[in-house]
Structure formats: C-alpha cells, structure tokens
Design a protein. Structure first.
Length: 136
C-alpha cells in the first residue's frame, strides 16, 4: 500500500491506458495526476511536484526523451524518479537510464489483467529506493 498518499504523475497519451493505469495506482493508495502530452507533463510536474513520474516515450508536443531531459535539467524536478513506459523494445533502456530514468518497462510486459500489481510494485520499489537515497 502506498505510504502517506505518495503522488504519482502518469504521462500517457492513450486515454484508455491513462484510465486503467490511473485506477490501478489510485486503488493502491496513490494520489494520481495525469498528463496526455509532453508540455502538459512538464507543467503538471512543476505544479504538483509528484513523488514519482510514469512517463510514456511516444507522446505528442514534446517527446518522452525530451520530457525526461527537461525534468532532469530542472532543479525543481531533477530529484523526482522517472519510470519510463514504452512500446519500444528495451534496446533504449540503457540510454534512457543514462539520461536519468529510474526504471524502464515495455508496455507489453505490464499486462494489468494478468498481473495487476506489477505497475504498483514497480512504483513502490522506485519510491523506496528514492527515500533511501535521500536519507543521510
């Protein structure tokens, strides 16, 4: 269960996936904000300062990699862990992690019907690591 209503920003251009993943995260106890394009993602991240960001790579207006780069170059958002969600194969995983992604998931492996806890487990794991890194 999410600790003290951690805030999650879900950046996804597919309305269906925003709803399904948003519901799964809310059911697990997270406070969920959403964005459907890159520009909106940066605005919402600055306004809400989420504890973790789930970022689709293929989004309109500003691509996922550009959003990741902007988040990591902004002092206000650089410490927020970003979990990359992509339809692309994991050949980009290493590059995206070098750019600052905390985790990488292929959307095809996040089958919420067969494994509804996979996404929330990943979020909890990243949040736990983030908290441990911030502690003196």
């Amino acid at each position: 269960m999410a600790e003290s209503r951690s805030k999650v920003l879900l950046v996804e251009d597919s309305k269906f996936l925003r709803i399904v993943n948003g519901r799964a995260l809310a059911k697990a106890g997270y406070e969920v904000s959403t964005a459907e394009d890159g520009e909106q993602a940066l605005r919402v991240a600055n306004d809400t300062r989420p504890d973790v960001i789930l970022l689709d790579m293929l989004i309109p207006k500003l691509s996922g990699p550009d959003v990741l780069k902007a988040l990591k170059n902004n002092p206000a958002t650089m410490a927020i862990p970003v979990i990359v969600l992509s339809s692309l194969s994991q050949k980009n995983e290493e590059k995206l992690k070098e750019m600052g992604a905390a985790e990488y998931f292929e959307k095809g492996t996040l089958d919420l019907e067969k494994n509804p806890d996979r996404l929330t487990t990943a979020v909890e794991s990243v949040l736990r690591r983030s908290r441990q890194q911030r502690q003196p």
